[in-house]
Ligand binder design. Structure first.
Ligand code: GN1
Ligand code: MG
Length: 384
């Protein structure tokens, strides 16, 4: 936790008018540190900002992360202005420093950025209802829609091979070989489970590389707590945490959202009986996502939607186990063994999805057909 003086010093570098009042930590995410900062404006009312210290061990090129984010948010804003004129609270608005940069950096304080806090909104770690999950799907789908005409190749790949599941498996094998933390002896069952499914790792990467599915601008970290919901309407209003916006596949976003949000249990739930993929939540997210994209997904993408959930749960299991073997050096942990529990929940999801694939395929087809027809019958999404 930063002291008041430290935070006040950091805030003073940004072009934010007013007086620092206080700050409090926001517990969210496994990578960056986040704070809610209250400022008293010169007119005497309080306004709030989110300040984040970027983890530069993970984001080795934080300038490029910010460049991607600024370009993408500006594009989304313009799209919103053109479609219905309203962008306030719907897209993040970043503060620049007094010398015009979207970040402040110093050897003493690290790398910081700030954006306006979206008042009267909530980010949930677990969807309070299936309808919220539909809304999350719609929001992430719309995110794809707004960026559909943005040339993905112009964005930096800020974490190379981020969702390259094949290279994630290679990292796991290296971790197994090195056994840095001496934990391999305790995780043979997990290692066997994951390596026996290695052939699934390449499904999405190969589809992208062969041109079977398109590269798009993707969010790449579509946990439900990266969507803000309006407190009054319960509608999803804004997609946040844009650090990993990069060229990728829409299926990374789809699969990651389902593996993280269609399960009511926490990512480190020790009781695996509580860990399962809720088909109703899957169904509603799928519906929302396809609706949000305005039916822009190709038939090949629709085909791969269900299996993408398995691939993403598998990828996260591989990443968590790799970190466990490496001695918990990447993901933030609150207690020893947390990364192993996280590995096991993702493995349980992999098994569960393997059983539910036929129903999942059915829903993806059903909503793809339904919205393809509706979007061809009506002119604007508001009529749907
Ligand atoms: C990390 O920090 P957070 O929660 O936004 C990770 C994601 C994982 C997630 C698992 C840059 O995201 O890829 O899915 O933890 N982000 C990065 O909870 O590695
Ligand atoms: Mg993130």
């Amino acid at each position: 936790m930063q002291s008041r003086n430290t935070m006040e010093a950091i805030v003073s570098h940004f072009n934010i008018e007013g007086r620092y009042i206080d700050h409090q930590p926001v517990r969210s995410g496994l990578i960056n540190q986040t704070f809610l900062v209250t400022i008293e404006s010169p007119k005497g009312h309080n306004c709030r900002f989110i300040f984040q210290r970027i983890n530069t061990n993970v984001f080795r090129e934080p300038y490029r992360v910010m460049e991607n984010i600024m370009r993408v948010t500006e594009h989304i804003k313009q799209q919103m202005i053109e479609t219905d004129g309203v962008y306030a609270r719907r897209v993040l608005s970043f503060a620049c420093t007094k010398d015009g940069q979207p970040y402040y950096e110093s050897p003493e304080h690290g790398f910081w950025r700030a954006y306006e806090y979206v008042e009267n909104s909530t980010a949930y770690n677990i969807a309070p209802s299936a309808d919220h999950f539909f809304e999350a799907g719609r929001a992430f789908g719309e995110f794809q829609l707004y960026l559909n005409d943005y040339d993905a190749t112009t964005l930096y790949e800020t974490i190379p091979n981020f969702h390259n599941t094949i290279s994630r498996v290679a990292d796991l094998k290296t971790a197994i070989k090195n056994d840095t933390a001496g934990r391999l002896k305790d995780v043979q069952a997990e290692v066997d489970f994951l390596l026996s499914r290695e052939s699934d790792a390449g499904v999405l990467v190969r589809a992208l590389e062969s041109g079977r599915i398109p590269y798009r601008v993707t969010h790449n970290d579509t946990k439900i707590n990266n969507v803000l919901f309006d407190n009054l309407t319960d509608k999803a209003i804004c997609v946040i945490d844009l650090d990993t916006v990069m060229p990728g596949s829409s299926l990374y976003d789809f699969g990651d959202a389902i593996r993280s949000g269609a399960c009511a249990a926490a990512e480190d739930e020790p009781d695996l009986n509580k860990v399962e993929m809720d088909l109703n939540k899957y169904r509603l997210f799928t519906k929302g996502f396809i609706k949000g994209t305005h039916s822009l997904l190709t038939n090949e993408e629709i085909e791969l939607m269900p299996i993408s959930v398995k691939v993403m749960a598998y990828e996260l299991a591989v990443r968590f186990l790799t970190d466990y073997l490496n001695g918990d050096v990447y993901f933030h942990t609150d207690y020893s063994g947390q990364n192993l529990l996280r590995t096991r929940t993702q493995m349980k999801l992999v098994s569960d999805v393997e059983k539910k694939l036929p129903e999942m395929i059915g829903y993806a087809h059903e909503y793809a057909e339904m919205y393809a027809k509706r979007f061809s019958d009506y002119e604007t999404p508001n009529q749907l």
